[in-house]
Design a binder for this molecule. Structure first.
Ligand SMILES: [Zn+2]
Length: 488
């Protein structure tokens, strides 16, 4: 990048290859802001750095060190950090929006604000559409407030499903190749696979993606199976096909609980034949293949395993962010499933096995990323990323590893680790200030005192304003395909 001498002079505190982060929504981010006496959880090294000054200018971290070593001039805006903890902005690697399909597109801004107010400064939208590419551009340019967006392609599926199918039906190898070429050319960040994918379509999709240098992410179906996905180097969502890979060859049933298979009650019988001794081998094979997983434990474990009562749902913080008719729509699947659920013993076994597998993957050195799968079943975006961190710790990960799954690991996978994911001089100032130490108790990530997005400071008061405004809007949002009212 070529800078004029004047530009160079204006940026003496920044490396020359670090452009200023664009301001948010036309508001200036060029002010210099300092976090004073704060405990930093940098995540590029072990532990906590106590009593630090962190200096932010032009949207980037330009200085960090013991308070005595970092001179802070009088004109700098100060944020008191004593007794507080500064962590990198969080990533949610699997978050849909209600405006993807259920409510109108013009509610996306309110949704992204909810995510941001939860300390989530980057998200990956697994199933993208053209509007997401537009938001991605506007957010990066500072014209729209929201987390940095990483956008998957419309879903590639063997056949269309759902009331709004945001994807492409692909039945042949040639259709698969064309779909991958088209989505790559349209500017999506990765290729998303979902259901009913044949072996032939899979092979064509992963080969074409490899030729184009775009990665494949998503479900693994029963026709593809885990071993094939590991060979392909696919980034796997939901731990799909892992349980099936734990079945012995002579198991009386191999019916899949991955993807849509979980809805079939008879499929749950396969859990009785699982050979847990295979877990360690699968974890090793995953490491050797270099395959990363987004387990989405909170969503799957609570939705299909332990369940959530009406009261728990009504008392959850996300409840007020949807209208009654959207809520009903989001809970329709839950109501069907829980009207005749599999036996409790099998459901708890499902949770236990998923947790053990997650822990084994971590122990073996396989890379994990936090993803919420919000807003399915009323587990809304933002809030559910914190549930996922807690679920990862319940599965046996140390809090630090859970935090890495929502910071440096996603940044590494997304190829933005030189920009974000840890707290280091030169990086974008995407930061979250907490009132307590998340390494001692992971749920402390919920205790947010403020969020910094590209150098723009959003205090608790500002975050509450964003949340209130979004709740007011989203609680009135109607379903896209709402029936005509009787009065018309
Ligand atoms: Zn999803």
């Amino acid at each position: 990048m070529n800078l004029s001498p004047l530009q160079m002079a204006a940026r003496t505190t920044l490396p020359a290859d670090r452009p200023a982060v664009p301001p948010i929504s036309g508001r200036t981010a060029v002010d210099t802001i300092a976090f004073m006496n704060v405990n930093v959880v940098p995540l590029d090294r072990e532990g906590v750095l106590p009593d630090q000054s962190v200096l932010v200018h032009d949207g980037r971290i330009v200085g960090m060190g013991p308070a005595a070593d970092i001179p802070i001039s009088e004109s700098v805006t100060r944020i008191e950090g004593e007794g507080r903890y500064l962590i990198p902005g969080l990533f949610d690697m699997h978050s849909h929006l209600l405006s993807d399909d259920r409510i109108a597109d013009d509610h996306a801004g309110a949704e992204l604000a909810v995510i941001l107010a939860n300390g989530v400064t980057s998200i990956r939208i697994p199933i993208g559409k053209p509007e997401h590419l537009e938001y991605r551009k506007r957010i990066a340019a500072g014209e729209m407030i929201g987390p940095a967006l990483h956008v998957g392609s419309p879903q590639i599926a063997g056949r269309a499903f759902g009331s709004v199918f945001n994807g492409r039906e692909v039945e042949t190898a040639e259709q698969a190749r064309q779909a991958v070429r088209d989505f790559h050319a349209e500017g999506y960040d990765f290729i998303k696979l979902t259901f009913f994918i044949s072996e032939e379509v899979y092979a064509a999709a992963v080969e074409t993606a490899a030729e184009l240098g775009i990665r494949v992410v998503g479900h693994v179906g029963p026709q593809v199976r885990l071993a094939r996905a590991l060979v392909a180097g696919q980034q796997i969502e939901h731990l799909d096909q892992y349980l099936e890979a734990m079945l012995p060859e002579d198991a009386p049933t191999r019916n899949s609980l991955s993807g849509i298979g979980i809805w079939q009650r008879p499929n749950w019988e396969s859990l009785d034949y699982i050979d847990e001794a295979k877990i360690a081998d699968l974890a090793r094979a995953t490491v050797e293949a270099g395959v990363w997983n987004t387990p989405t434990l909170a969503f799957l474990n609570s939705s299909f395993g332990t369940g959530r009562s009406d009261r728990q749902i009504a008392e959850s913080p996300d409840y007020g962010f949807v209208s009654a008719e959207v809520r009903e729509e989001l809970l329709r699947g839950r109501d069907v499933y829980w009207s005749n659920p599999p036996p409790e013993e099998r459901r708890l076994r499902y949770v236990e096995l998923r947790n053990r597998l997650t822990r084994a993957l971590y122990d073996a050195g396989a890379k994990l990323m936090a993803g919420s799968d919000a807003p399915e079943w009323m587990l809304l975006y933002g809030f559910t990323l914190h549930r996922e961190l807690e679920s990862l710790v319940e599965a046996g990960l140390p809090p630090r590893a859970a935090l890495e799954a929502a910071t440096r690991n996603p940044a590494e996978w997304l190829g933005v680790l030189d920009e974000s994911g840890t707290i280091e001089v030169g990086k974008r100032a995407d930061l979250v200030l907490l009132s307590a130490n998340p390494l001692e108790k992971i749920s402390n990530t919920r205790r947010i005192e403020g969020v910094m997005l590209g150098g723009q400071w959003l205090s608790r008061i500002a975050l509450d304003f964003l949340l209130d405004r979004s709740a007011a809007e989203l609680s009135q949002a109607s379903l896209r395909d709402a029936p005509e009212s009787d009065s018309e």
